[in-house]
Design a binder for this molecule. Structure first.
Ligand code: HXC
Length: 257
């Protein structure tokens, strides 16, 4: 493995990003965020990309938040720039046209939880710990947590987590809808690999359109969002993928997307 802060490995269109600062529980500093942003720009241009899996190096942590030592002495302007850098990077991840899966292998706190919230799917080990503990540091979540968390788990639960700063275990994260699946720690790798393979079998355009309809639709009023859905749905009937998908059903075979 390289000593890069974001390690990139690939297997037939599934790209795995490993955030690699295990000595600081993979805390997000400017250098790591810069590298992640560059990797994502590269992925945006990839034609054969099918899915992205993001995880943390080591056995203890996904990401334990933004780097507190680096943030500590920032001025308001520097803090704004840091949040802006992180928000732009997280948005890039969210807007990739393929499924993005967070594989949460331990602490998932603060900016780490906010990073997971920008993923389409989250699978966690049963020893994972989640939380937005920023109030304990005298700040609020600044990588999108005050906005994406209520959209994911509802405003009451988001307020509970953000104003108490309490940590929750994987079972509670599953119950409130913060993650999609929890598996025993020893099965995390295999379960995540199986999951991403399932995504790879599905139609690429349909996945891209579903992400767009949901993400863009959530920002609109219901009628506009329904019109967006209809427009994407209708356009799909000009595609090879729709012909193959429906043709395969009628011919009683598996589709080949
Ligand atoms: C910098 C961190 C860090 C962080 C851990 N480390 N989290 N460094 N920033 N967020 C470092 C520790 O300083 C320590 O370094 C090493 O990682 C191991 O951590 P320990 O604390 O010794 O481990 P442990 O006792 O097991 O405790 C684990 C932990 C704790 C519960 C996760 O580290 C912790 O509470 N971390 C901070 C979590 C947090 O508050 N996150 C939110 C950050 S604010 P040394 O050198 O001592 O070995 C945030 C805001 C985002 O994310 C918005 C910004 C715009």
């Amino acid at each position: 493995m390289s000593d890069k802060l974001v390690q990139v490995t690939e297997n037939t269109g599934v790209v795995r990003l490993t955030l690699n600062r295990p000595e600081a529980l993979n805390a997000l500093n400017s250098a790591l965020l810069k590298e992640l942003n560059e990797v994502l720009i590269d992925l945006e241009g990839r034609k054969n990309l099918r899915a992205v899996l993001i995880t943390g190096a080591g056995k203890k942590s996904f990401v334990a938040g933004a780097d507190i030592s680096e943030m500590r002495d920032k001025t308001p302007d520097e803090a704004r720039a840091f949040a802006g850098q992180a928000l732009a990077t997280v948005k890039r991840l969210e807007q990739l046209p393929v499924p993005v899966v967070a594989m949460v292998n331990g602490y998932c706190l603060g900016g780490g939880c906010e990073l997971a919230l920008a993923c389409d799917w989250a699978i966690a080990s049963d020893n994972a710990i989640f939380g937005q503990p920023e109030v304990n540091l005298g700040v609020i979540p600044g990588f999108g947590g005050t906005q994406r968390l209520p959209r994911r788990v509802g405003p009451a639960m988001a307020l509970d987590l953000i104003i108490t700063g309490r940590k929750i275990d994987a079972a509670e994260a599953l119950r409130i809808g913060l993650v999609n699946r929890v598996v025993p720690v020893g099965k995390l790798e295999v379960a995540a690999a199986e999951l991403t393979q399932q995504f790879v079998m599905n139609g690429r355009q349909a996945i891209r359109d579903a992400k767009r309809a949901i993400h863009d639709g959530m920002k609109q009023d219901l009628d506009s969002a329904l019109a967006l859905e209809t427009s994407l749905f209708a356009q799909e009937f000009a595609s090879e993928e729709q012909r193959e998908g429906m043709g395969a059903f009628v011919e009683k075979r598996k589709p080949n997307f």
